[in-house]
Design a protein around this ligand. Sequence first.
Ligand code: SF4
Ligand code: SF4
Length: 95
Amino acid sequence: MICSRCGLCCINLDIFIINPRSIRPDGTLDPGDPEAMIRKPAGERCTHLAFTGEVALCAIHDLPCYRGTPCDRFETIGPADGPCTLRGYLQSQGV
Ligand code: SF4
Ligand code: SF4
């Protein structure tokens, strides 16, 4: 899936994200922290989301704590070299 960085999934998916308060100075998490993951409800903008113009940026994308998260593992249906089908779906829903 080719991500066009529209940011729609970072707003409209009901997912679990890294708790900003749980990120240590070196970008890792305490594996024993029970509050390291928090729920981000659908329709609520992720606290880690920023935009440069219309290009979405994930503030924690390059941190070690991002690896293995639901966001890191996210893929959509369709060919690996094709456009993001979720974006098309969300746009068709008028979100
Ligand atoms: S909806 Fe798809 S294209 Fe838009 S940011 Fe999410 S993964 Fe990328
Ligand atoms: S953590 Fe990053 S990729 Fe995941 S929803 Fe938030 S901004 Fe998007």
